[in-house]
Structures are given as structure tokens and as C-alpha cells.
Design a protein around this ligand. Sequence first.
Ligand code: 13P
Ligand code: SF4
Length: 317
Amino acid sequence: VEANAAWAEEVRRLAKQRDAVLLAHNYQLPEIQDIADHTGDSLALSRIAASSDASTIIFCGVHFMAETAKILSPEKTVLIPDARAGCSLADSITGAELRAWKAEHPGAVVVSYVNTTAEVKAETDICCTSSNAVDVVASIPADREVLFLPDQFLGAHVKRVTGRENMHVWAGECHVHAGINGAELAERAAAAPDADLFIHPECGCATSALYLAGEGAVAPERVKILSTGDMVHEARDTKAKTVLVATEIGMIHQLRKAAPGIDFRAVNDRASCRYMKMITPAALLRCVRDGLDEVHVDVETAARARASVQRMIEIGQ
Ligand code: 13P
Ligand code: SF4
């Protein structure tokens, strides 16, 4: 406990010295979430990064998140405690692959999930996150074709909710969320018949949850497909005593803080993102002390990516 208190004090002192704001994604380790000035989902953190008046942003999350902050605020110094913290979903499409896909669908509107590289964002019309993907697609005139990428499960969810036929979805996936499967969910739901189901739309089991509801195995109003930030809001509102959570396990810490009286259970307790967990307490200390790793985005790429990211943070405000 003492070592932890000394670490926390040192991190705060050095962050202040650097005029840095500390942001942490909901999947970060508990000690990183607890020391951050703000925790949240990708959209909330992007908005905070864009509006913060600190001259340095320390992004405790994965690389595309820090890159997004840099795209929005090129004049700020953006640091990530470990630049190797990548994302298997962002890796599932390259700029060249997107250019080839666009060439097959001239005139289509390109909607990219924020989990993409700056190069892919530079080829994109509008970015979205899991909390505003439906609003973003709904904002596009019905007669325009849509290319949605890279996540197939989020894409299927948006298609289901908007009823949009002229939307093509890239076949990418996040290895952590794709691994949370329907059989596991059905088993957990059967053992807790009164539980709410909080399901991230990147999960392979999102379709199974709706299937379970359709079969009468789960009350339909208990199936809630939510971004990580919306899970926190829903935790404060729900009357359920037990909640099954289908997303990366870091989320449970933030949920327990938001609603200590609820029994939150991970649908799959092995669903841990090794990239998110690269941001260790030691890495954060090194970051505030040495100013490493700094995130750079090529100026021209950032300029091309900026409009799509700006539309993302404006839609669904
Ligand atoms: P959100 O926090 O926007 O729901 O994103 C989840 C995610 O997988 C980020 O990597
Ligand atoms: Fe990427 Fe999946 Fe990790 Fe999120 S949980 S950062 S989508 S690999």
C-alpha cells in the first residue's frame, strides 16, 4: 500500500510539472484508472483530449487513441506510456486495403471506427465509436452507399438497428471481443435468470444475446448493447442486482466503482487485452518522468484525418 501511495504521489507530481492531463480508458489496470484525471470510453476521452487546456496529454490506452488525440490537437504533446500498445482490430485494415475497397464502390461514404490507424482515418469521411456508430450512420442520406470498417460485429449491430441495406461491412474483428462467445453467454445467463446483460457491440456474442432474447431465454429488455462509457451510465440507472458483462475485463473495475451494490460478473474472465495491459504502473511512471513515448502523426496525414475525427466528436453530443 505504501509503495503504491508513493508511486501515485510521484506520478501526480511529475504530471503537474509537465502540465499534463492523465486520461485512462475503461480497460486499463485498476491502479491506472484510479490515478487518471479522467476515465472513459473512446469517444468521451477524445472529447476531453480535444477540449483540455493542458499542454500535454498522457493517454493511458492503446496507440490509435493517443494518435486520435494528436490528430485533434497537433499543437499539444501527446504521450503514451508504451507505444507498443497496439490493437488487433486497428491492424485488420491498412490504408492500401481501404483505397482498394473504395475503388470498388465509387461515391460510397466511408465510416471508420475509431479503432483504426491515422492512415486509415485519412481515407475516411466520418469516424465513429461504439457509442455513436448508429447516430453516425443514420446521419448519412439513405441513398448513399456506406462502407463501414473494420469491425464486423459492430457493423452487424449498426445494420440491425438502422435497417440499412446499402451498407457494406469489413470483416475485421477484435480478438478479445470475438472470443466472448454465445455458448458462454447462454450458460451464464441461464445461471442468473434475473441479470441484465451488458454487451459491447464488438463482441461475437452480441447476435447470440438477441437470439436468446428472441427464444425467450432472456427478457429482451435485459439485453443492453452498450459502449464502455454507456455501461457505466446504465450501471447507475438499472434496477438489476446482477449484471453479466461481455467486454474486456478491465471494465469491471469502473462498473463496481459506479454501482458498488451490483454483482458484476464477467461473461468471460479471460477476456483481457494484452495491449491495454502494457500500460503498467512502471510504464506510466517512466512516461511522466522521461516524456516517453511521444506520439507523432505525419502532418499531412493528420490534416487529412482531422475532419473525419472532428465529425465523430460532434455527432451525438
Ligand atoms: P469504447 O470504450 O469506445 O466502447 O471502445 C472499446 C474498445 O474496444 C476500445 O479499444
Ligand atoms: Fe483493440 Fe480489442 Fe484491445 Fe480494444 S480490446 S484495444 S479493440 S485489441
